[in-house]
Structures are given as structure tokens and as C-alpha cells.
Design a binder for this molecule. Sequence first.
Ligand code: PMP
Length: 442
Amino acid sequence: MTRQHPPSNLFYQNRQRRPMIGEARGIYIWDADGKRYIDGSSGAMVANLGHGNERVLAAMRAQMEKATFAYRLHFENEPAEKLAQMTAARMPPGVNKVFFVSGGSEAVESAIKLARQYAIAVGESSRWKIISRYPSYHGSTLGALALTGMDNMSAPFAQMLREMPKVPAPTCYLDHDDLSMDERGLRYAEMLRAEILAQGPETVLAFIMEPVGGASTGALVAPDSYYKRVSEICREFGILLILDEVMTGAGRTGRFLAAEHWGLQPDIIALSKGFAAGYAPLGAMVAHERLVEPVLAHGGFIHGYTYAGNPLACAAGVAVLDEIDRLALSQKAQDMGALLKAELIGLKARYPFIGDVRGKGLLLAFELVSDVETMTPLPKAMDTHIHLVEEAFSRGLILYSRRTRGGVEGDHFMVCPPLILTETQIGEIMEILTDSLDAFAD
Ligand code: PMP
């Protein structure tokens, strides 16, 4: 029997009430009634280390005993210094100036502000447009929302947003033509070039993308050709490349940054989620020093948050990065990701409605369709993305789903457990997932 909830003063989205959380350890969460769930999506791709990591908790307790907060204009703090240095050491060359925030939206917001102030500082104030992709998700603050290509999120605020130009995300798997995947990737990259020309290159400040799509396209990886060509195009027009690694960063795709898979040289990187792995609200905007120096020389960076770089969150961040190294979690994401992906691909033979299995490392997803040949989505009225998630949840497996992909709708399900996953636990996930798919197919 699930406990009845008393009336609540809390509100989030318009959704049904969920069970109360009891405890969380490793890849498992228990609700207040003692029912166990496998955290198959690490929350929202956050809890990369798993829950209750003793070393992180000990580091946080130790910091709590010393000082939990000091305002950055009054005091420096050791954990923030250390975390900045550790973060910079994990970034591409020159991308070594770290600005702390409390989440992903704030990291993207900060990237927008820095890019714009850089353009002004170097005398290119005509540049203000940031081209993003459709669909995409970059956050819910108004600046980040202006870059987000998800109509349901931005529609109510249309008049309040200075909406930015968008180019299609490279949904190559949905294209029906004779081109190879690499040729399709190039075609999408050329759409960026055409958009820059249409906008007027002198007005374009930056291009932002999730290196592997997250909530927007469900672990969608572009062909290699796309990344190479997009980088060339940004360089050709002197446009900044901003990578939103909020979901992909901190080892999730099998490297510390997804950028490393393609040798991308971004100007700014947004980090959060796995960066503090759920132990503290923390994110970072990391910029190339070449951008930060002129901004600081030109009167300073006009932007900031009260809680930015607070010692407690940063102590958690330091311990999380230490654990990512000590447990070799990027490598684990590669190894366990390959095994889990093979299992998910195996499901295609059994369930004809699984249209695509995709992703990198442990950022994985599968998509359900009504026709695998044409990749036609299941009817919206079926609410598949909700029903299958509820089937799995009732059996004790947490998945993360959305009904978005390219320009058309489609149901994708992200399977992104903590990176500490073991082979036995992959078996547990697959058992519940197949039971849930069987129930869904009935
Ligand atoms: N960027 C990306 C790629 C994300 O996936 C998210 C969160 N889903 C955000 C930004 C926003 O992060 P937050 O919810 O922490 O503000």
C-alpha cells in the first residue's frame, strides 16, 4: 500500500504526486514505504557517482564544520580555488577560466553574458545573435530559454524572449535519402553556414549545441563529419563555439567531456548535473582565457549569483571530481555503456516497435515507433512516453522520457544509470525493462 499524501504547499509542474523518498544508496532509491527502485536515469542524468558516496559525504561534513557560506566579494575560499583548478585541468587547452553557478541554466546564462561582453570588449558590438538548434534544451531561465528549441517550454514567454535563430539538430537517422550518415551530417552542418549568411555573419556572436542531445533529442549523436564541419564554420566566421555539456560532461559519455570524442575546441563550456553529481547545487561556466581577459580589462564581468562558488558546494565538487578519477568513471561509462547498449539493441529483435537505440557511454536511449522502416512515431494520444515510464516505475525502474526528436514528435526513453553500474545491475535493469515492455505490448 502506498501512503496517501497530505495536501501540499509545494508546486512544480502539473504532475501527479510521486512517492516520498526514503533513502538512496548506490544505484538504488527506496521510497518512504521501503519499496526499492533502480535509478535508471540517475535522476535527470545527475547522480553519476550513485547515491550516498561516503567520500563525498565526508568531504561535505568536514567543510560544513568549518564554514558553509562566505560571500565571494568578502572572502576567497579554498574549495572554490581547488575546484576551479581541477576543472581547468580537465578542459581543452586555454579553456581555463572558471565561473561557478548553482545549476545548468545558470551556466548557460553565464555563457551568453560572457560571450556578449567579450564581443563588446573587443569592439565587435554588432554581434549579439547566438544560433542554437531545434530541438534543443539549454535551460529555463529567460536567456537560456531563448536558446532552447522546445516550443512547449518557450511558447508562454514568446513576447518576453528575444528568440534566437535556430538550425535543425542533426536527426540524420530520420532522413530518407541515399546519402551516407557522414554526408547527412555535412548537410546539417551546411544549414548552420547558410543561417549565418542569412543572419549576416557580423551579427552572429556564437553557436551553442549539446554535443550529444539530451532531453531534446534523447542521446542523439551526430555523425563525425558534423562536428568537424561545424567547428570549421565557426572558425570561418569568427563565431564562438559554446558547448552545453551540462548533461554530457563529467564522464557520462565515456570521456570527461563529450568534446573529447571529436577533438572539439570550444570557447565556452557549460557544466552542471554530473559535475556535483547531485551532492550540491553546482555548475560552472568555463571560458577560454582569451575571452575573459578583455572582459575583465573592460570594466569586469557584469554578472553574478549570490550562492556562486560557495564553499560547501565546491567541497562537494572537489570530492566528486576526485571520485570520478579514483573510480575511473569515464572508462566505466565506456565499458558498462557498451554492454548496456548491446542489451538494448538486443531488444529490437523482440519488440518490433523499438525503432532506434542510440547514445554514447552511459548516455543511452531507445525510441518507440509505430513503423521501424519509416520511423513513424506512435500516435500522440497513446501517451507512450508516460505509460511505459509508469510501467517501469511501478516495477522499480526509473527511466527518463520525452516526446521530442527532430521537427516531428517521437517517444524516447533515456537509460542512464549512475556510472558505478555493474554487470549484475545491468541484468537487473534489463529484467525490469523487458517486463515493462511486455506489459506495454499487451
Ligand atoms: N542544459 C542541458 C543540456 C540540460 O540537459 C539541462 C537540464 N536538463 C540544462 C541545461 C539546465 O540545467 P538545470 O536544470 O540544472 O538548470
